[in-house]
Every structure is written in C-alpha cells, then in structure tokens.
Design a binder for this molecule. Structure first.
Ligand SMILES: *Cc1c(COP(=O)(O)O)cnc(C)c1O
Length: 396
C-alpha cells in the first residue's frame, strides 16, 4: 500500500502561485543591512528595509550588544514572569517610558507580540473593537484572539468610525478604537486628532500602533502622539524596536495599571522567553542615539522629500504616502512581482507587494529610503526605476 501524502495540497497551492506569478522566493541578505547591500550574490541599492536611521549595524549598538552578552550571557533563561526579567530589561522599559512621557512601559519580543498580546489581554467577548480596514495583521490577530466583536471602518474614515461608535452607544461592553500611526503599505498617517476626539466623546479606549512612526515621526522619533501633540490622550501606545530602532522587539506604553495588567495577562509576555540581554542593550544604545542625534531623523526626512520628488517628476503614481514609505502603484500582483524582479536584476532591491497583503488591483513596489542613503544612491535608484518601468510599461 502506498501512503498518500496528506500535505499534498500545499504543493498544489505552491504550484498555482508559481503559475500566477505570485510565488515568492526568499531573498537572502549576505551583508549587514545597508543602503548598498549584498543580496543573493549581487550588490544592490536597498530600498526594502525598515532600517530607517541606519541603526541596525551602528557600532554603538553592536558594541552594547557584545558588552551585555559578555556580562549577562547569550540568553535570559526564562519567561519574564518566572526568572527571565533581567535588570537590563527593566532599564530599557524605564528608558522607553521616560522617552515617551508615559507612566510605564512593557517590552515584548516583537511588535507583533505587543499588539496581539495587548488587544487579546484587555478585552473579552462582551467588548467591541473599532478598527481601520488597513490596520496591521498583528492587530487583526489580537482582535480575533480577544473574541470581542470587530467593527471595521473604511481606511482613515473618521466619520465611519464615529458612526459605529454612535450606533454602539447603548451597547454593553467596552469599546476600543484602534489605528496604525503610519500605515505600512501606503505610508500615509492615521487621522489621530479626530480619532482621539471621537474616542474621548464616546468613552472608548484609544490605542495606536506606532511601528513605522517610532524613530521617524515626532520629536526625536517619539511617534505620532508627539507629532500631533496628543500627550495624555492616547491610552495605549505600541511601538516597535525592530524598525527605526534597528534591533528587535515591541513595546506598550501607558498607565502603570495597564502595564501591570499586561504583566499578568498578556500571553506572549507570560509564555515566551524574554529578549537576550544583548538585544535589550542594543535597544538602549539606540535610544541614546535618538535623543542625542536628531539630525539622523532630519536626514531621513530630507531624503524622503528628495526621493519622492524624483519619483513624482518621473511620472510615478506614489499613492497617498506622507512618510519614507513610498509605494509605486502598478496594478496587478503579477506585474508588481515582475517589476520588482527586473529592478533587482538592474541593481535595485524594492519589494513587490500584491494581494492578499494589499487589495486586488492595488499591487505595488514599495520603496523605503533611509537616513543613510546618499543623494548619489537615490539618484541612481530613481534612474533604475524609471528605466525599468519604461521597459516594462509601468511608465509610458
Ligand atoms: C512591522 C509592524 C509591526 C510588527 O513589528 P515587529 O517588531 O516587526 O514584530 C506591527 N505593526 C505594524 C504597523 C508594523 O508595520
């Protein structure tokens, strides 16, 4: 008797993706993450990272990680609630809370864990979540795990969010209004001032996910709450340590009670081992740089304006972007992946993104500039994009 493979449907699905041109091979980085990186044996201009400030291989972060590793070891040995809370974890949480001007902070292993762990911990099936249609997958998973009722409003449509809350006025249960600070696929900014007002007038909890705004927006990169001057009016601020901060992790900032509650109930905090000490130390070094070298953030925004102008002059449709994330809209997923592959052959690394990450027909190649790209590299990138786009009919 020949056994049939019960997982054969996976191979069939992969084959279907190959046929559709949406099968994705992992690109392998063979150098540190830098503006010029070595990827799959080729030197390419890297517009595909979230290393906004060039901190991922900054000598101060690397040295801090090495020193902490030598002093405390490679791993922490346990989850935070058993014996895996090290002094350096507490130091990092204090540092972030101070930086964000909040009472307290808890660090998770990733931004994903921070969102999913927080939303699922603070709500019950009796409660309601009002969430932007383009919020990050980790928020969506957190919403589902909470089993609260999920009400999705159209992207950045504050009137629609208000209407949902009006309709829920008599309903029992708590309400959580949640938005990304900066949206990762479009690079636009959430309408925080109006959402905060709506949350306040309806007695809803306000939560924002500042993954792409941490280190990018606000004074010294304090995020969208600082950018909009909304201190004290957002109950839950999530940020990431994995993007501009250059390392790995996520954090939640808010009241002391919120943080202590998460210590007791957030499942990734309770059931998954804490960061290696080297990670916490490198993050601390990154906050030192954020506070002392704001010129890095200025350079990021200079580069952003310069590169967007070059793309717009060339005739590209860059959507609604207001941040260093600049999509180049191409339409179909197959074209986005083909365009990205052709760019790579010509020395430029920019990710093709299609359904289901973005809606059908809204596929794009996403570019992200960093503070460490030189003007010369950005000029070369714009030249490659324009030349290849014309060859492929993305630009006429
Ligand atoms: C990247 C991202 C996350 C996840 O952060 P990690 O630290 O990489 O897990 C969460 N939310 C948004 C909006 C993101 O873009």
């Amino acid at each position: 008797m020949t056994a049939t493979n019960p997982l054969s449907y996976l191979g069939e699905q992969l084959e279907a993706w190959r046929q559709a041109g949406t099968y994705q091979r992992l690109r392998v980085l063979e150098s540190p993450c830098e503006p010029l990186s070595r990827v799959d044996g080729r030197e390419v201009i890297n517009l595909a990272s979230n290393n906004y400030l060039g901190l991922a291989d900054h000598p101060k972060l690397v040295e801090a990680a090495i020193a902490a590793t030598k002093k405390y070891g490679a791993g922490s040995g346990a989850v935070r609630t058993i014996s895996g809370t090290m002094s350096i974890h507490i130091e990092l949480e204090r540092r972030i809370a101070q930086f964000k001007h909040t009472e307290a902070c808890v660090v998770f292993q990733s931004g994903f864990a921070a969102n999913a762990g927080t939303v699922s911990a603070i709500l019950t099936p009796e409660d309601h979540i009002i969430t932007d249609a383009l919020n990050h997958a980790s928020i969506i998973d957190g919403c589902r795990l909470s089993r609260a009722k999920i009400h999705v409003f159209a992207h950045r449509d504050t009137a629609a969010a208000g209407k949902i809350l009006d309709d829920l006025a008599g309903a029992s249960g708590r309400k959580l209004l949640i938005t990304d600070g900066v949206f990762s696929m479009d690079g636009d900014i959430g309408p925080l001032p109006s959402l905060v007002e709506i949350a306040e007038s309806h007695g809803a909890i306000m939560m924002i996910d500042d993954a792409h705004s941490s280190g990018v927006l606000g004074r010294n990169g304090r995020g969208t709450v600082d950018h909009f001057g909304l201190h004290g009016r957002v109950d839950i601020q999530v940020g990431t340590l994995s993007k501009a901060v250059g390392v790995l992790g996520g954090y939640v900032c808010g009241s002391r009670d919120l943080i202590e509650f998460l210590y007791h109930r957030a499942r990734p905090f309770l059931f998954s081992t804490s960061h290696p000490p080297g990670v916490a130390a490198a993050c601390l070094a990154a906050f030192e740089i954020l506070e002392n070298e704001p010129e890095r953030i200025e350079k990021l925004w200079d580069n952003t304006r310069y590169f967007k102008a070059a793309l717009n002059n060339a005739g590209f449709d860059t959507g609604q972007s207001e941040t260093p994330i600049t999509p180049i809209m191409v339409g179909e997923a197959k074209m986005a992946h083909a365009f990205s592959a052709a760019l790579f052959e010509n020395g430029l690394f920019a990710t093709g993104i299609g359904f289901p990450t973005v809606p059908e027909g809204k596929a794009r190649v996403r570019t992200i500039v960093t503070a460490t790209h030189t003007r010369e590299l950005l000029d070369r990138a714009a030249e490659i994009l324009t030349r290849v786009a014309k060859q492929m009919g993305v630009l006429r």
